[in-house]
Design a protein around this ligand. Structure first.
Ligand code: MEV
Length: 404
């Protein structure tokens, strides 16, 4: 690899640094491991969720996100913070049955054997069942597809404190012989659905109008929401802002963030149009009411949440005891992040806040180190020229000891 990509010794050293993740653990997590990749870890402050205070770890590379979330949470605290509810840790496993001659008859036959199918599914995970989880229901859908009619069996599983992919996929695979015997068809795909629309969190907060800058700001945020609701180009960015927080906490806590993204965006499209995951309105007192509703498939047992020492430490900092509690915190974070973005966009814009951090990043990428970073960043802000070429010039001048 070193030869192939002409890597320097310094680059090899950077790759080999696995940070808080021991190399042996990394080596067991994925294949062909050559090192580690570290994100900055920041703590978002001021979060009060369902009456409890949290320090929320964020792992991400983007400046301003942690500060924005902390600031939003501080403003939400004025009216008691965030209230979050959830629909329970319910995931869906899908079994695709093809070559079905009479889908209606097959559907009826499958439903008649529901008890046996659920029993077989639950035999796969006695531990989950003993904790109150397991396969709870079974649905049968008919689909007309490009390849003709299909029957889809959906297993509804309470996955408890696990994200649930392993449990659900194991159950779905175990049902294959029985489903083929009942249907006379052929089972093809057996896999969890990431459209986790039975595993939702709903977060709300009321932002006091004076605290957030007056009624104009309230109106501006409602207009911003209306824009996202009407236009998918804006809505993608609106929802991206929500995911800035959700994904950052997800990474910090060892979650499958691809599953979170897939769930969020497919849920946002459930009506056939891509819609915001939040709503914003003004109440009778003129205060701003925000709600967020989205799937949040997260777990505390299994996966990186258990194996990655930094994820374990972050979960300890967060102090969540169940997967549901983690999901609720992440819902509140998504709402806070969206509030912060819309407030900035509907007033001074986001660039001013970004400027300082961005400028420091540009300085560092142009080779500035130590005290020179802040001098170069400050100078570029004064000159309103936050550019790589200017940073390079300033670094060169300062390194020669010349005052810019
Ligand atoms: C940037 O990472 C996120 C925002 O673009 C979100 C938004 O536009 O709502 C600021």
């Amino acid at each position: 690899m070193k030869e192939f990509a002409s890597l320097t010794d310094n680059e090899m050293e950077a790759l080999a640094d696995t940070g808080g993740l021991p190399a042996e653990v990394a080596d067991h997590m994925i294949e062909n491991v050559v090192g580690g990749y570290t994100y900055p870890l920041g703590i978002a402050m001021n979060f009060r969720i369902n009456g409890k205070d949290y320090l929320v770890p964020f792992a991400l590379e983007e400046p301003s996100v942690v500060a924005a979330a902390s600031n939003a949470a501080k403003m939400a605290r004025v009216n008691g913070g965030f209230t979050v509810t959830n629909t329970g840790p319910i995931m869906i496993g899908q079994i695709q049955v093809i070559n079905v001659l009479k889908p209606d008859t097959v559907r009826a036959k499958l439903l008649a054997r529901k008890g046996d199918l659920l029993k077989k599914a639950n035999e796969q995970d006695p531990m989950l069942v003993s904790l109150g989880g397991g396969a709870k229901d079974l649905i049968v859908k008919k689909l007309s597809t490009l390849k003709g009619p299909m029957v889809i069996v959906e297993l509804i599983v309470n996955t408890g404190d696990a994200m649930g992919a392993n449990a659900v996929n194991t159950m779905a695979e175990a049902l294959t012989p029985m489903v083929e015997e009942i249907t006379g068809g052929r089972v093809l795909l057996r896999i969890i659905s990431n459209l986790a629309d039975r595993r939702l969190v709903k977060a709300t907060a009321v932002f006091d109008k004076e605290t957030i800058g007056g009624e104009d700001v309230v109106d501006g945020i409602v207009y911003a929401y209306a824009f996202a609701d009407a236009d998918p180009y804006r809505c993608a960015t609106h929802n991206k802002g929500i995911m800035n927080g959700v994904v950052a906490v997800g990474i910090a806590c060892g979650q499958d963030i691809r599953a979170l993204e897939a769930g969020a965006h497919s849920y946002a499209s459930r009506s056939g149009r891509y819609k915001p995951l939040t709503t914003w309105e003004k109440n009778r007192d003129g205060d701003l009411v925000g709600t967020l509703e989205m799937p949040m498939a997260v777990g505390l047992v299994g996966g990186a949440a258990k194996t990655h020492p930094t994820a374990r430490a972050n979960i300890k900092i967060l102090g969540v005891k169940t997967a549901i509690e983690l999901a609720e915190v992440m819902g509140a974070v998504g709402l806070a992040q969206n509030f912060a973005a819309l407030r900035a966009l509907a007033s001074e814009g986001i660039q001013r806040g970004h400027m300082k951090l961005h400028s420091r990043n540009v300085a560092i990428s142009a080779g500035a180190t130590g005290a020179i970073v802040d001098i170069v960043a400050k100078k570029m802000i004064e000159e309103k020229k936050i550019r790589f070429d200017r940073a390079k010039e300033l670094v060169a001048e300062l390194s020669k000891g010349k005052k810019p």
